[in-house]
Design a protein around this ligand. Sequence first.
Ligand SMILES: [Zn+2]
Length: 135
Amino acid sequence: MDIVTGEQRSRMMSGIRGKNTGPEMAVRKTAHALGLRFRIHRKDLPGSPDLVFPGRNTIAFVHGCYWHRHAGCRYCYTPKSNVEFWTKKFKNNVARDERVREELEQRGWRVVTLWECETANKDGLRQRLKGIFKS
Ligand SMILES: [Zn+2]
C-alpha cells in the first residue's frame, strides 16, 4: 500500500530537480526570517544549488526524500513494480548528488543537505538552519 498522498506523489513525480517546490520555499522563507542572505539556483555552480549563502561559504540543497534516497526515512520507499528500473535510477541519482557535492567541496564550499521531511515542521526547520549557521 502506498504511504504517500496523491498530492505528495504528484509533487515527487514532478521531477528530481524540481525548482521552487514547497520544501524549498519553506527553507527560503525560514532562512530569510533568520536574516540570512542567499542566492537561489546559481547556474554557474555544479548542480545548480537550491540556496547559496556566499557570506557563509555554504551551499544548501533541498532534497526530496524519495528521489534522493533519504536513508531510513519513511518517504524513501521503493515501488513494488519495476524494482530493477527504480533501483538503478535511484542509484544514479545518489551518485550524481555525491559527485556534485565533491565538486563543490573541492571549490571550497561547505555543502549541507536539507531533507524534504525536515522542512515540514517550521520550528524544527528553524532550529536546523540556526544550527547550520551558528557562528
Ligand atoms: Zn526524509
